[in-house]
Structure formats: C-alpha cells, structure tokens
Design a protein around this ligand. Structure first.
Ligand code: TMP
Ligand code: MG
Length: 212
C-alpha cells in the first residue's frame, strides 16, 4: 500500500496580515479532522543560520544585503531534507512565509531585481498552494504599531506589497488571494477550504520544483 504524500501549504503576506494566527488555527483544524499536519516557519530562528538572521532582524548585528538574502535562502535549504521526509510520510506542512517573502523583502531594497532574488531559491520544494493574505497598508496600520525589527516600517511594507503583487503574476505557482481584512474565523474558513482541496489533489501529483 502506498501512503499518499502530504501537501506543502504556504501562507504569505505583509506583516500584521495574520499569517501566524491563521497557520496555527489551520494546523489545529487539520489535525482535528484527522489529517496529519505540522507547522513550520521561515526564518526558522532555531538553527545556527537562523541565529545569524535573528540577530540581524533584531538590529543586534549588521549584514551586507546580498549576504543576508543568501542566509534566508540557506535557512530554507537546510530544512529541505526534513520537509521532504515529512511530506513523504503523509504529513502536510503549513508554512508561515517561504521563498516569496525572501524575494519580496530583498527586492524591496534598492538595486535588487526580482530575478536575482529568486535565484538561490530555484528548485526548493514547490508549494502545492500559496495563500496570500491580502491587507491594504491602511488596514495594516489600523492594527496598531509595527514592532521594532528591521523592515517593520510602513514605507518598506508598501514596497514589499508591490513586489508580492509582481510575484503573484507567475502562473506556475498556485496562488490564492485571501481577503485578510475579515474576522479571524471567516479568514480561517476560507483558508481551510482551499487547503483541504489542495490536500485532496496532491494524491496524483509529485512534489514539484519551485521556479524551475
Ligand atoms: P517573521 O516576523 O515572520 O519572523 O519574519 C521576519 C522578517 O524577515 C519579516 O520582516 C520578513 C523577513 N524575511 C525576509 O526578509 N526574507 C525571508 O526569506 C523571510 C522568510 C523573511
Ligand atoms: Mg514579524
């Protein structure tokens, strides 16, 4: 008997769109309905590379822009063996940010093209579904102050949003835009429906390679 693989589900969006809250609710709902699921997040700050990234984000250290971009990518690659193993075991992974954040955030800096930014992440496991939690900048501001980490400013987040919009034009990725301005439960219902559909579909499809 062959065990069907799990689905790779990614949540993306600008800060304060509710990604982390929704990832947790989704994993819980999947588990409660008897579907094996686990949450992951990028950056994964628990690894050695993750420590370097965390210190950079907290402004405790400075890193050259290309260098930190490559570290974010390396932080995904170092977890690929574990991700593939889990997916093969039939566990669906719900991932809080992925390569799309990597590209959207670095390419929001001056002098970085979308193409250059995509390079290091080409060939990563391709998500079966990427849900973009859409929240316009005014609504995001209404959710309170940004934190104090690097990138947490309104001006930068606006540029990030426009980079995400460029990335979403790529039809090789299964994007779903989710209106994140609604209440938590309505957003959750929507996300769960898309996820269950994706999980049911992966039966016939092998895991793909991102941007290849
Ligand atoms: P977090 O707040 O979800 O932990 O994300 C940390 C910050 O890192 C957030 O501002 C987005 C940014 N980021 C990148 O710049 N590149 C990446 O590859 C990822 C995953 C996140
Ligand atoms: Mg944050």
């Amino acid at each position: 008997m062959t065990c069907r693989r799990g689905a790779l589900i990614v949540l993306e969006g600008v800060d304060k769109a509710g990604k982390t809250t929704q990832c947790k609710k989704l994993v819980q709902a999947l588990q409660e309905s008897g579907r094996p699921a686990e949450m992951m997040r990028f950056p994964d700050r628990t690894t050695k590379i993750g420590h370097l990234i965390s210190s950079y984000l907290e402004r405790k250290s400075n890193l050259e822009d290309h260098t930190v971009h490559l570290l974010f990518s390396a932080n995904r690659w170092e977890l690929v063996p574990e991700m593939k193993e889990k997916l093969e075991q039939g566990i669906s992974l719900v991932v809080d940010r992925y390569a799309f954040s990597g590209v959207a955030f670095t390419s929001a800096k001056p002098g970085f093209s979308l193409d250059w930014c995509k390079g290091p992440d080409v060939g990563l496991p391709k998500p079966d579904l990427v849900m973009f939690l859409k929240l316009n900048p005014a609504e995001a501001e209404g959710r309170g102050e940004f934190g104090t980490e690097r990138y947490e400013t309104t001006v930068f987040q606006r540029t990030v949003q426009s980079r995400f919009e460029q990335l979403m034009k790529d039809p090789s990725v299964n994007w779903q835009v989710i209106d994140a301005a609604r209440c938590i439960d309505d957003v959750h219902t929507d996300i769960k429906e898309h996820t269950v559909n994706a999980i049911n579909k992966v039966e016939e499809q092998p895991l793909g390679d991102l941007w290849k």
